[in-house]
Structure formats: structure tokens, C-alpha cells
Design a protein around this ligand. Structure first.
Ligand SMILES: Cc1ncc(COP(=O)(O)O)c(C=O)c1O
Length: 412
């Protein structure tokens, strides 16, 4: 048996080669989705670009049209480049039925919601959702006659009281954007299942490696692959992975919307995926070192990192997550916009910019109160969000220490 063949069979059984021991996450990200029958043994699927696919005759065209799954048909239905990435993401979610890919994380959120909701339905959306997700709910979905009610990220089993006759979906994001509240996903899923409500989660922060959402009972799990899957800050991409019984509707809706992810972007994302487990370990270690250091600084009022007890939902994080990633926020002790800018503007190693999950560190001024409807914060000062990259954490700490000194000087 050739090596490639063994790899492919190992993938499909979800076990490591030559044993029945379940493959670890690090092993699965290396082998997931690799199919020698598509690539003839080339390790990474090359970029297969296509719109037109030619057929030998009318009969073969008709025959192919009746079964297009993982068969070249027309460019919008994908090529092995996209199929391999989608299959890899499915393999990383134990119990999942399939994955569809999108041109961005926001496009993935939109397709997932549109596959579930119809006019007259109600969506329950966590109050700490990513701002453009809120924008989708309050814009397009509202225009379509779909109502949104926001809920407290710490609601847990209390979500049952919000579920009404029209509630069709609950969209979680855990930890939440900017403020990192960890949600009680099992409690919310249990309440939803009891009432036949579909659950969705934006799992971008944890990825399936740190929180296998489908195994936790979630119906549709969304990743902005732009972040940790790609890992190099050079591609926009999204995915939705579905539990059995939910994939067909997701796929049909996505095809009807004309969604297709570029093969070039999928190729880069597949490259990124192979190192995701090892990158996440480093992001985790460095971010924890820096978060703990920040928590001891007098200029810092509080650190919002799910692995620290100062973060709301920390106990749930400890119960449910396999680890943490590299994004968190901290609140400054007093000061305002000018003092915060003094800290951020002089940083040498932290770029100022949106997004996260790449190899480079970023610092961003964030104002979560602008994006909340049913929860209020009473913070001691302005907030900064940090994406901790792969630089040496001691260098990053030195950079932040100088920033905190500038903050002190600006405060006077
Ligand atoms: C939690 C979360 N979800 C979704 C997105 C959207 O992803 P994209 O930028 O690929 O549309 C982002 C982007 O920052 C995000 O932080």
C-alpha cells in the first residue's frame, strides 16, 4: 500500500495510521482533507481554477449533472482545491456532515442565517456578537421581515425564557467580540433542542481545535477562516460546518446565493491549516504570558482573557475549552481617548489594524458600549484589544511596558 493511500484511509477513519488510537488535533490538521485520488499524491492540492468543464458527449454531461458531489461539473460547484479544504474542516469537527466555503467570514454568517431563517421568524443573537453580524441582523434580516432579539452572553439556561413561537435560530459567539464573555453553549443548545430551534455559533476565536462545536451539539458552526485557518493576514475566507440534517439546506441556500470561494484563497487557506495547531499553541502561550503580566500593571484595571478569572464566563471556559487563542482585551485604569492613543501610537511591534489570527501582533482601540443593546459595561477606562502574534513575548512585553509609561505621561 503506497504512503498516499494509507494517509487517505487514515483520514477517512479519523484514526492515526496503523492503529485504532484516535488521531490528535495536531495530527488531524496535517492529514485532514488530503485525497490522493484527487491529487495523485501531490501533498497540497494545487490550484485548480475552472469555470467551464468540458464533457465528451451529451450523455456524460447529463450523467454528471445528476451527481455533482466531488465531481467536476462547473466552476461554481468547486474543484478539488475547494473540496479538500472543505473536507479538512469537516474532519476537524467530530460528528459534522459537511462544510461550505465563502468569500469572507461575514458572507459565511449571512449564508448560515439565510439557510435557517424566513420572513416572520425571530433570531436570538448574543449581545457580544461581532459588529457586522449585528449589522446583518439589523439591516438585511430586518428588511426581510426577520426580527432579532439580543441576549446577555451570560444568560445560559435562561435563554429558554426568550424562546417564543417565532424563534427559529440562536446565534452564539463564544468568547464574545471585544469583551470575551464565554457562553454556556451546552445549556443554550439543550434549551434550543427542547424547542426545535436551530443553533449557530461563530467559533472563530477557538476554532474546532479548542472548541469542537458540533460535538457540543451546535447545528451550524462558522469560522472566519481569514483569522487562524489562513494565519498569514493575506486572505479573506469563511466557512460553515453543519451537523447532520443541516448541511443540505446550507448547501442549497449557498448555491442559490451563488456562493463560491476562490480556489487561490482556498489553496492558501489549506497551507495555513497545516500549521494551525502549532501556531495556536504559540499564540496561546504568548497571549497568556502577556495577559498575566498586564494584569499586574497598575495602569491596567482588568484583563478580559477567557483563561483568566477576571473574564466573565471563565468557569465555563475551564469546563468546555481545550485551550485559548491569541486575542484578548484589557481595560485601562482611567484616561480617555488621548491617553489610550498615546499608548497605542508609539508601539513598535504591534501594528494598528483590524482583523487578527495572523502571525503578527496588533493593537486596536475598542469601544464595546457602541455595539451592545441589552448589556452595559461600567469600565474604569478605555479598552484596548490585543492580537498576540508569533513574536517573542518578552519583546512584546517590553513594547507594551513603554506604552504604559506613555499612558502615564499623557495622564499627567
Ligand atoms: C468573531 C469574528 N467573526 C467574523 C468575522 C468576519 O470575518 P471576515 O473579516 O473574514 O469577514 C470577524 C472579523 O474580524 C470576527 O472577528
Amino acid at each position: 500500500m503506497g504512503r498516499g493511500k494509507r494517509h487517505a484511509q487514515g483520514n477517512r477513519r479519523g484514526v492515526s495510521h496503523d492503529s485504532d488510537r484516535p488521531a490528535s488535533d495536531a495530527t488531524r490538521v496535517v492529514s485532514a482533507g488530503r485525497r490522493p485520488e484527487w491529487t495523485q499524491g501531490i501533498v497540497n492540492p494545487p490550484v485548480w481554477r475552472a469555470s467551464t468543464i468540458l464533457y465528451d458527449n451529451v450523455a456524460s454531461l447529463r450523467e454528471r449533472g445528476s451527481n455533482t458531489h466531488h465531481r467536476l461539473f462547473y466552476g461554481r460547484k468547486g474543484t478539488p482545491t475547494q473540496w479538500a479544504l472543505a473536507d479538512a474542516l469537516t474532519e476537524l469537527e467530530p460528528g459534522a456532515a459537511g462544510t461550505f466555503l465563502y468569500c469572507s467570514g461575514v458572507a459565511a454568517v449571512a449564508a448560515a442565517l439565510l439557510s435557517v431563517l424566513s420572513p416572520g421568524d425571530e433570531l436570538l443573537l448574543v449581545d457580544s456578537a461581532y459588529d457586522p453580524t449585528r449589522g446583518l441582523a439589523l439591516g438585511l434580516l430586518k428588511r426581510m421581515g426577520i426580527r432579532t432579539r439580543f441576549y446577555d452572553p451570560l444568560i445560559g439556561a435562561g435563554i429558554a425564557e426568550l424562546i417564543g413561537a417565532d424563534t427559529k435560530a440562536i446565534l452564539m459567539e463564544s468568547p464574545g467580540s471585544l469583551t470575551f464573555e464565554v457562553q454556556d453553549v451546552p445549556a443554550i443548545v439543550a434549551a434550543a433542542k427542547a424547542r426545535g430551534v436551530t443553533t449557530l455559533i461563530d467559533n472563530t476565536w477557538a476554532t474546532p481545535l479548542l472548541f469542537p462545536a458540533i460535538a457540543f451539539g451546535v447545528d451550524l458552526t462558522i469560522l472566519a477562516c481569514t483569522k487562524y485557518v489562513v494565519g498569514h493576514s493575506d486572505v479573506m475566507l469563511g466557512s460553515v460546518t453543519a451537523a447532520p440534517g443541516h448541511f443540505e439546506r446550507l448547501r442549497d441556500t449557498s448555491f442559490q446565493l451563488g456562493q463560491v470561494a476562490s480556489p487561490d484563497d482556498c489553496w492558501l487557506a489549506s497551507r495555513g491549516l497545516r500549521t494551525m495547531a502549532v501556531r495556536l499553541k504559540q499564540h496561546e502561550a504568548s497571549a497568556l504570558t502577556i495577559a498575566r503580566w498586564l494584569a499586574e500593571q497598575p495602569q491596567v484595571a482588568t484583563v478580559l482573557h477567557p483563561a483568566l478569572p477576571t473574564c466573565a464566563g471563565h468557569e465555563i471556559f475551564r469546563r468546555d475549552f481545550k485551550g485559548s487563542s491569541g486575542l484578548f482585551s484589557f481595560v485601562l485604569n482611567g484616561g480617555g481617548e488621548t491617553e489610550r492613543a498615546a499608548l497605542i501610537d508609539g508601539l513598535n511591534l504591534f501594528g494598528i489594524g483590524y482583523s487578527w489570527g495572523g502571525f503578527e501582533s496588533l493593537a486596536l482601540p475598542v469601544d464595546p458600549h457602541r455595539y451592545r443593546s441589552v448589556t452595559r459595561r461600567d469600565d474604569a477606562g478605555p479598552m484596548v484589544r490585543l492580537q498576540i502574534g508569533l513574536e517573542d513575548p518578552d519583546d512584546l512585553i517590553a513594547d507594551l511596558a513603554a506604552g504604559l509609561r506613555r499612558f502615564d505621561v499623557a495622564k499627567g
